[in-house]
Design a protein around this ligand. Structure first.
Ligand SMILES: [Zn+2]
Length: 270
């Protein structure tokens, strides 16, 4: 993954997930979604979006919400993010910048106990409802819990399709729009997600299963991300994800950038 990166002249990079926007130059050639994962980081991304006009998402990550010491009252913690989203939606300057709910999801790497996993599950359930209510896509974190996540999301999607039994809760939207962020699951799981119409997001980190996934899935199912500063150092490192796709799929880098940006704009309706 080393080597010099020279961005093509005409195509733009679209990083669907970063936590490190302040290290990034926003321009015509670079779009990104600054993602929150806690009450504090949600406030940070909104402040940054007010300053720069960047896209952002509100989240409540599983590794956060599982913590009873930080969020003793689960209902209150979920209520607070619901309120944050409502406020942003009522603000003309922010409404079009809030493009997703995320990151949210399940994490069995950090969530070891039944109680922690139960909190993650309940929070995800509510975040799916929140996304449905505002017709926003979900940015899903699924570390070591890919199959559980897919199962929960497929069940929610089936509920959407049937229109019940909680029409006022989740069935508002025409369907769930989902990005499996930094997907680390197996090819079979990636196929399940792609067949459900969801997008698989590729971070700038190579491994053999990711290579299989990139080779097997159509480019229409892929987007790219930095997950900076955790995987990429900055949002610009998303270019390494695009280069990886170009190499494994034997495509021109420019076409990868165009297609992944198109996929991102479509799901974010931006
Ligand atoms: Zn992340």
């Amino acid at each position: 993954m080393d080597g010099k990166i020279s961005p093509p002249n005409t195509a733009a990079l679209f990083d669907v997930h970063t936590h490190h926007p302040e290290k990034t130059t926003i321009g015509a050639k670079h779009s990104f979604v600054a993602s929150g994962f806690s009450h504090e980081s949600n406030e940070e991304v909104i402040a940054y979006s007010r300053k720069t006009g960047c896209l952002f998402s509100y989240g409540l990550g599983p590794q956060e919400i599982q913590r009873e010491d930080r969020y003793p009252d689960l209902e209150k913690a979920i209520g607070a993010i619901e309120k944050q989203v409502e406020n942003a939606m009522a603000d003309a300057a922010l409404r079009n910048r809030l493009v997703a709910i995320g990151e949210v999801g399940l994490d069995k790497h950090w969530g070891k106990t039944t109680a922690e996993r139960e909190r993650q599950f309940l929070a995800l359930e509510r975040m799916i409802t929140l996304a449905g209510r505002h017709s926003l896509p979900l940015i899903i974190h699924s570390r070591d819990a890919e199959s559980e996540c897919i199962r929960q999301l497929l069940a929610a999607q089936a509920l959407h399709a049937s229109g019940g039994p909680r029409p006022s809760a989740v069935a508002h939207a025409s369907g769930l729009r989902i990005i499996m962020h930094c997907f680390g699951g197996k090819l079979e799981e990636a196929k399940l997600a792609a067949n459900a119409g969801w997008l698989i997001s590729i971070p700038p980190q190579a491994n053999s299963e990711r290579k299989r996934i990139i080779k097997a899935l159509p480019i229409e199912s892929l987007v790219v991300e930095s997950d900076a500063p955790y995987i990429g150092k900055t949002s610009e490192d998303t270019m390494k994800s695009a280069e990886m796709i170009a190499r494994y799929k034997e495509m021109e880098l420019e076409d990868v950038l165009k297609k992944t940006a198109e996929n991102a704009r479509k799901i974010f309706r931006f």
